[in-house]
Design a protein around this ligand. Structure first.
Ligand SMILES: NC(=O)c1ccc[n+]([C@@H]2O[C@H](COP(=O)([O-])OP(=O)(O)OC[C@H]3O[C@@H](n4cnc5c(N)ncnc54)[C@H](O)[C@@H]3O)[C@@H](O)[C@H]2O)c1
Length: 276
């Protein structure tokens, strides 16, 4: 059911690779809620993934861009604004990648050039995007920018590796840029800290199935899935949340406020019994 929450709004969505991607669900829902959107991803992800299917479904154009490259970003914003005949009202940054995770390097044996890549792709790209948007005045007053993050920014999670550092930086950029963009242009910037979700990026983390199971048991409402994350993004893009900015907003079924739950304790006791 549509509420027309984004009627007349124009959006730019990064990071839809395939049907499992959180950005994919956000794109579908944004259009259902009345928005006109432009999609983007790297040339290689466009080739390897299914974004063209999504574009057809959403009646949207795809503009290739590597979010770590400011020339690409400026070209994307200029072309995007031409396509939607105006500025954007909302932007989704749904981008993450760690070569250390991909190549199985543990946190106490990081490859530092990989680490730089992790930070550039997963965090600094957000700054580059915001700076390019501001320079080109690409976002309307009261526009809304959301980036996706994970609770490993605050708490150590086994095997989340250097992505934890990237997510801490990402959340900090949202606050620091949120102050300037809010003060000067009334643009709001937030991060959503999402439950572990079965996607291509998510399943790259070692032991991801166990992480999903653990946080499901720990969260009173259970894990939030990708569609539910899309719902939350839409509410932040809408005019109903105009004074929410510079926040890291947990969308995790209550996980981040828990210490130990009955369900997790029950599971722990079972494995304890099995030891004798
Ligand atoms: N899946 C989870 O468990 C989970 C939990 C919390 C937060 N997140 C975050 O959600 C976001 C989306 O991830 P997802 O889970 O939908 O996985 P996904 O693999 O579908 O999306 C990641 C996207 O990042 C894009 N990307 C990588 N390098 C890029 C670059 N240089 N320029 C532009 N785009 C680039 C990829 O092409 C891909 O589309 C990420 O920031 C991720 O860290 C995911």
């Amino acid at each position: 059911m549509s509420y027309n929450l984004l009627k007349g709004k124009k959006g730019l969505i990064f990071g839809a690779l395939n049907e499992m991607s959180i950005a994919w669900k956000v794109a579908e829902l944004a259009v259902e809620e009345g928005a006109e959107i432009v999609l983007t991803n790297t040339p290689v992800s466009i080739r390897m993934g299914d974004i063209d299917k999504l574009a057809e479904k959403c009646n949207a154009q795809v503009i290739p861009a590597d979010a770590t490259n400011t020339e690409d970003l400026e070209n994307l914003l200029n072309k995007g604004m031409e396509l939607v005949s105006g500025k954007f009202d909302f932007v989704l940054h749904s981008i993450g990648m760690s070569p250390n995770v991909r190549k199985g390097r543990s946190y106490d044996d990081l490859n530092y050039s990989y680490l730089q890549k992790t930070l550039d792709v997963s965090a600094i790209s957000f700054h580059k995007l915001l700076q390019s948007c501001k320079k080109l005045d690409a976002i309307n007053e009261w526009g809304s920018v959301v980036a996706l993050t994970y609770a490993a920014a605050q708490r150590t999670m086994f095997e989340y590796n250097d992505m934890a550092d990237a997510k801490s930086m990402l959340e900090s950029i949202a606050r620091s840029f949120g102050y300037i963009y809010g003060r000067e242009k009334r643009v709001r910037i937030n991060t959503i800290s999402q439950s572990p979700t079965m996607t291509t990026a998510g399943s790259g983390v070692k032991g991801f199935d166990s992480l999903i199971d653990f946080s499901e048991r720990m969260s009173p409402l259970g894990n939030a899935d990708a569609e539910e994350c899309a719902n939350y993004c839409i509410s932040l893009f809408s005019d109903l949340t105009k004074k929410v900015t510079m926040q890291n907003l947990f969308h995790d079924g209550g996980f981040s406020s828990m210490g130990m739950s009955y369900r997790a304790m029950h599971q722990y006791n079972k494995s304890f019994d099995n030891e004798d």
